[in-house]
Ligand binder design. Structure first.
Ligand code: BV8
Length: 233
């Protein structure tokens, strides 16, 4: 593993599962508790903004009850000690990569701790609630929404991600079902460009067939082992 110089990592809800954050598609997961169409689409927000603001207020508040796990901490160690180029892309809107020590995290689906103003389109750090329609810190209009990418919306920094996928030598997917695009298609982009593709996941995913290797097990075990291997120690 030590020969790789450019690595792209994609994480999903599974890397935060052992920290106590619900995934989307496991039994009792987020999407079983709510219809996607109602809480994670612009149409759902227009139809019932209180339902959506409360859904994200609750998830934002829950961040205070969870902590990063050894998988997050291992990726932070990789960022510190790996001498090559590393891009960590996460589909997650939680802050556990940062709290686990990662300084450079690309949140392609946005973040719970960020507010987007639909009037002036500026983003502001946000740690509390939006249900009470607080004023935008910049334009003062009461038009803040969660700064997360809903279904039908364009994920963030796609150009940067695709460039990295075209040039990486190793693509590693951690804790994702491979159910949502364009993230689920990243492995095919990387593979088409000659990268080695590795999946670390609790179970086989919808994308497993596209990977050269799938290691099945909990992220808190597989990720530290893999980082140890990459760092060649
Ligand atoms: C877009 C943020 C275009 C909000 C999310 C092509 C084909 C088919 C459909 C489409 C397509 N292209 C676009 C679409 C439509 C749609 C889509 O993909 N639909 C799916 C349902 C078919 N995609 C979109 O709409 C995307 N936008 O394409 O825009 C466009 C073009 C021009 C102009 C404008 C727009 C936007 C999608 C983003 C939606 N937002 N999240 C929020 O968080 O509330 S999606 C959400 O679900 C996540 O962010 C993530 O991306 C996705 C999948 O979740 P996972 O992270 O994988 O979690 P999941 O529960 O599914 O799986 C967990 C995994 O972990 C499991 O495999 C499990 O085994 C494993 N696990 C569990 N425990 C552990 C573990 N692994 C290791 N250790 C453990 N302990």
């Amino acid at each position: 593993m030590a020969e790789f110089k450019r690595i792209v990592i994609l994480t999903g809800a599974g890397i935060s599962a052992e920290s106590g954050i619900d995934t989307f598609r496991s039994a009792g997961g987020l999407w079983e508790q709510h219809r996607v169409e109602d809480v994670a689409t612009p149409e759902g927000f227009a139809r019932n903004p209180n339902l959506v603001l409360n859904f994200y207020d609750m998830r934002r508040a829950a961040l205070g009850n969870v902590a990063p796990n050894p998988a997050h901490e291992a990726l932070a160690r990789l960022e510190r000690e790996f001498s090559g180029e590393l891009l960590l892309v996460t589909q997650n809107v939680d802050d556990l990569h940062e709290r686990g020590g990662s300084a450079r995290v690309l949140h392609m689906h946005g973040e719970l701790k960020s507010a987007l103003c639909t009037s002036c389109e500026t983003r502001s750090p946000w740690l509390t609630t939006m249900i009470e329609r607080p004023p935008c810190p910049v334009c003062r209009a009461p038009t803040l929404r969660p700064d997360v990418v809903w279904f039908g919306e364009m994920p963030y920094q796609m150009g940067r991600i695709y460039h990295a996928l075209e040039t990486c030598e190793l693509f590693v997917s951690i804790g994702t079902s491979g159910a949502v695009y364009p993230a689920a298609g990243f492995v095919q982009e990387a593979r088409a460009n000659g990268a080695q593709c590795l999946e670390l996941n609790l179970e086989r995913s919808e994308g497993s067939r596209f990977f050269h290797e799938s290691r099945l097990g909990p992220a808190s075990v597989l990720v530290p082992e893999w980082v140890e291997d990459v760092l060649g120690c």
